[in-house]
Write a new protein. Structure first.
Length: 180
């Protein structure tokens, strides 16, 4: 029996949400601050992009992973059996990557964040594409205008690479007095 691609993608999204939640729990103070987006790939994506003009987007979540509001990136996730050929990479002609990068960039624009595209192929570690060079990291592949890094390397960067000032805002305690 064949692999259910939807289930495979959903599983990868859950894995990423858990990975990011664990990595940034000390910043957010919330054990599950990242989670799968139930609208991922369906309500706002591709041909449904026009809905951003006809629907209230004030509380919309774009991308495959719902991230904390102050997280700097919008996360798009893809998980496929096998990757492109080396020749395709060298030629800069990977139609699938082009589509995914366009989708990631559009979600980033809609969410007013930076694009983060995470690609996973069977038997290979996750590759994370961003639109700017990350200082101190080895670039695995440069494709078009995006820099590809190992996701584990990207997540080793300091918190301020992902959140303003490296920490999420804290809630005011109920015991504090507000002066008028």
């Amino acid at each position: 029996m064949g692999v259910n691609g939807k289930q495979k993608g959903n599983g990868q999204e859950r894995k990423l949400a858990n990975l990011f939640s664990k990595r940034f729990e000390h910043v957010t103070g919330i054990p599950q601050s990242f989670r799968r987006n139930p609208d991922s790939g369906s309500f706002w994506g591709a041909s449904n992009q026009k809905r951003t003009k006809t629907h209230d987007v004030a509380h919309a979540h774009f991308g495959d992973i719902i991230c904390p509001d102050d997280f700097k990136f919008s996360i798009e996730s893809k998980f496929y059996k096998s990757g492109p050929s080396f020749a395709s990479i060298v030629k800069g002609k990977i139609t699938q990557w082009d589509e995914w990068m366009e989708q990631a960039k559009q979600d980033a624009v809609n969410s007013k964040k930076a694009a983060l595209l995470i690609i996973k192929y069977n038997g290979v570690d996750e590759l994370a594409f961003v639109e700017h060079k990350m200082l101190g990291l080895e670039i695995v592949v440069m494709y078009k205008e995006m820099y590809g890094y190992r996701l584990t390397d990207l997540l080793s960067l300091s918190d301020d690479s992902f959140f303003p000032h490296g920490v999420a805002p804290t809630l005011q305690s109920n015991s504090e007095t507000i002066s008028s």
